[in-house]
Each structure stands twice: as C-alpha cells, then as structure tokens.
Design a protein around this ligand. Structure first.
Ligand code: NAP
Length: 435
C-alpha cells in the first residue's frame, strides 16, 4: 500500500534477524520508511559476531552484506542502548509507528539433573560467548585444565563447542579470536571430548557440512560405535541420511593414534553430573537400563537456547518466546504497533539465513497494518531523549566504524582480517575514536 507519509520503525536487536528486518523494510517498494536499529551491545550483528564460531570464516563474511543495510540512508544504528534499562517498550511505542523485537535468545535450556550446578558444569553458550569474545561473557578466563570434557546435545552448537575444544588452536590464529582466548586454548589440557546424545545418529540435528568438519580435523580421531549405526531404520530426510552416512564412515575408521579424540555416545541420557565440589564425571543412563560413568572434568550442556523476558513485553514463559500471532506481539488491549522476528519470535531454530525469510514475513504484517500504524500518534526522538536523560551513551554507526577499524588494525600482527576487542571499556573507548 503506497503512502506519502514516512513510517518510522524501531528494531530492537541488531543481530541478523534485526538487520534483515531493516533490509526487508527499506527494500519494500512503495514504502517510505526510516528504521532505527538498537542493540544493547556497542556492536551490531548479534549471533554472527557472538555465536558463529570464529573458524567459520565464510559465514562471518555475511557481515559485509549486513553492513550494507546499516549504511543505507534510511537506516540508523544505535548500540549500547538496552530495552528495559535505557528505555521502555512504552517509550519506544510512543516514539515510533512500529516496534519490532528481534533480540534473540539470551539464555539456555537446563537439563534438570543433579550436579548440574557443580563447578565445571555450564552451558555451552557460556563457552561460545567466551570464545567469541562477547564483552558480557560471565567467564573471564575459561578453565581448560580438564583433560576430558563432555558436550551434551546433538545440535550444531554442540558441534561448534566440541570443535573449538579439540581443534589445534594454531588454526584459530588467523581468525578474529582475541589473544586472551587464543592463549587460553593454546594452554588447554583437553585431550578427549565426549559428545553425548539422548537419542541416535538418525535423530541428531546437525547440518552435514558442520558434522563432516569434525572428522577432518588434524590430530583428532573420531570414535563412533558401529552398533549405533547398525540399525537406524528407514530414513526419508536427506540431511539425516547424509549425517548417518558420515557416522557410518567414522564407525569403520581405524584410530590413527592421534593426540586428541572425539567420542560419540548415542542413546545415552545424562542422569547426573558427578562430583562433590567440582565436576568429576558424568553418569549416563543407557537404553538397556544400565548406567555408564564417563571420566570428565568439564561438562557443557548444549540442549538449546531460550529467550528471556523483558519488562513490559508479553512473554510466553513455556515457549521461551514473545507472545506472538501472525508476527504481531499480542497484548490484552489488542493495541497495534509491536512485532517480532528471529529467535525471540519463533524460538532458537534454523540457521542465520532462516532469519531473512522470517524477517520478510514480519515485514508483510507491518505493511498490512500500515494505515493503522501511520495513524498512531508518536513523538519522534522521545525514546532517545528518555535514554539520554538516564545517562545512556549510544554508539552510532560512526562509533561502530571506529571499533571496526580498531579491530582490523589489531588483526595485522596475526595475519587476521580482525581481532576482536573483548572488553566493554575498550569497545566504548574505541568507539569514541571517530574520524
Ligand atoms: P538444537 O539444534 O535444538 O539441538 C539441541 C540438542 O539438545 C538436541 O540434540 C536435543 O536432543 C538435545 N537436548 C535437548 N534437551 C535435552 C536433554 N534434556 N538432555 C539431553 N539432550 C537434550 O539446538 P542448538 O544446537 O543450540 O542450535 C540452535 C540453532 O542454531 C539450531 O537451529 C542450529 O542449527 C543453529 N546453529 C547453526 C550453526 C551452523 O549452521 N553452523 C551453528 C550453531 C547453531 P533431542 O533432539 O532429543 O531433543
């Protein structure tokens, strides 16, 4: 529907979902739109920067495409502004015709087993944000004194965590990991990584390319029990069939005596993390009713991510997502103006590219509501003013460009395209060095 009036949209969360949302809006013909993208971090790109593993360089290059959207004349970026801290949902709604929440899933699913709280047992997510140098990573120096680790779950996050634990750290030198992470991985004592699945190879959620990668690592032998792939039944799904083929091939390999090992355990349900004050093992409950204790000193649970509630935005606690219908946030008073896209809408599924089509669907709901959105009374600039009155110091596109330059410069000595700045203060300081 064409209109002469400008639709002003706030997008909360500058990860791939949020940036694809902005792209979908500015690319929409006959729509005059201005989009402000906010992020609690001083940097854009969310999971592309702080979730995609550093050795997945091809995927990281997607940042170049996303940057083009940030550079669009009708798009502005404001980092270091957090919904619920610097401004409220009501303030955003009072400022913009429409608000789209795209702030992802910042927490993780727990297993609910004894010992889960022991020192050395944590979410794979914590390891991921640490090796991705997220400035909010709760762990400063990750303890890698364990010689043996378990990663629980058969999804791509488990694969990433296992691969970064076991891969020769020198191969990470030309990536964007900070020296702190690189040196900690160099000093790591890990020799064995056990990947633990409560179901079989035919139920794993891995993508095949990422799975194969694990079997191609230098200095690593992969172990799969031939019995686990002997009877997997009929398989219709192509990805599953390819995964099972990979497992089958691995099950026939003769160990080369490599210094490090990855060992798969299927139909093995984690029953208890063993230990008194810190992790001393993991008890698995097996399909035949017996148990097996594996000797590990580090346990990373990778059972899926979960969204978190933000004050003033309707949240479905059971689903771990916003309360959404047709991409619109549902409120009891049925007010129009709020939408969602990405993981906070649909849950933590799909790959980065999935968010592109997801954002287009949300955009269609926004466009369908255009007359009502344009009729809403708004006070442009009021949300940023409210944030400023609370002492917020937004990082703009120029600030992000300055961080970008500083990180690229840091990459030089390591022959890397960039080396990340991992610390809040340093990020903010770098953002102020604008040209
Ligand atoms: P996921 O794909 O949903 O996998 C979660 C795994 O945890 C499943 O194997 C699940 O087993 C298991 N699990 C759940 N509850 C459990 C419990 N109580 N005990 C034992 N195991 C349990 O989640 P994810 O690995 O966190 O990945 C999230 C999304 O990001 C996925 O869409 C993934 O593809 C994507 N991602 C992609 C890449 C990439 O493309 N390179 C990298 C990282 C992430 P059941 O099946 O039995 O429930």
């Amino acid at each position: 529907m064409a209109s002469d009036k400008t639709l002003r949209v706030a997008v909360v969360g500058a990860g791939p979902a949020g940036v694809y949302m902005a792209a979908a809006l500015v690319d929409q013909p006959d729509l005059t739109v201005e989009v402000d993208i906010f992020d609690r971090l001083p940097t854009p790109f969310g999971l592309l920067r702080y979730g995609v593993a550093p050795d997945h360089l091809k995927m990281k290059a997607l940042g170049i495409t996303l940057q083009r959207t940030l550079d669009h004349d009708n798009v502005r970026f404001f980092g270091n502004l957090e919904l619920g801290r610097d401004f409220t949902a009501a303030e955003l709604l009072g400022d913009y015709n429409a608000v789209v929440y795209s702030y992802g899933a910042a927490s993780d699913k727990r297993l609910g087993i004894p010992g889960e709280e022991l020192l050395g047992s944590m979410a794979a997510r914590e390891f991921v944000v640490w090796y991705c140098d997220e400035p909010d990573a709760s762990v400063g120096d990750f303890d890698l004194t364990a010689t043996s680790a378990a990663v629980i779950g058969l999804g791509n996050v488990a694969l990433d965590a296992a691969r970064i634990l076991i891969r020769d750290p020198e191969e990470l030198s030309p990536t964007d990991v900070s020296d702190r992470v690189l040196n900690a991985l160099r000093a790591s004592a890990i020799k064995d990584v056990h990947i633990v699945g409560r179901r079989g190879p035919q139920h794993a959620k891995f993508t095949t390319k990422e799975l194969r990668e694990l079997g191609e690592l230098a200095g690593v032998d992969v172990y799969v029990d031939p019995a686990a792939v002997a009877d997997v039944g009929e398989i219709d799904d192509k990805v599953v069939a390819r995964n099972v083929e990979v497992f089958r091939e691995w099950s026939t390999r003769t160990p080369t005596g490599a210094p490090r090992r990855v060992i798969f355990h299927f139909f093995a349900t984690p029953a208890e993390v063993l230990g008194t004050d810190r992790v001393a093992g993991l008890r698995l409950s097996l399909a035949d009713g017996t148990t097996e204790d594996i000797d590990v000193q580090l346990v990373l649970r990778s059972a899926g991510y979960r969204g978190v509630a933000v004050d003033g935005v309707p949240f479905d606690d059971e689903a771990g997502t916003l309360t959404v219908a047709d991409h619109r946030v549902v409120r009891p008073d049925a007010q129009v103006g709020e939408y969602a896209c990405g993981w906070i809408k649909r849950g933590p599924t799909g790959v980065i590219g999935t968010n592109r089509s997801d954002a287009k669907e949300t955009m269609q709901s926004v466009v369908a509501d255009l007359p009502a959105l344009l009729a809403r009374e708004t006070a442009p600039g009021s949300a940023l003013a409210a944030a400023a009155s609370r002492g917020a110091e937004p990082v703009t596109l120029e600030g992000w460009a300055a961080i970008d330059r500083a990180e690229i410069e840091r990459g030089g000595p390591r022959q890397s395209a960039r080396v990340k700045i991992a610390n809040w203060d340093e990020l903010l300081e770098a953002s102020r060095a604008q040209s």
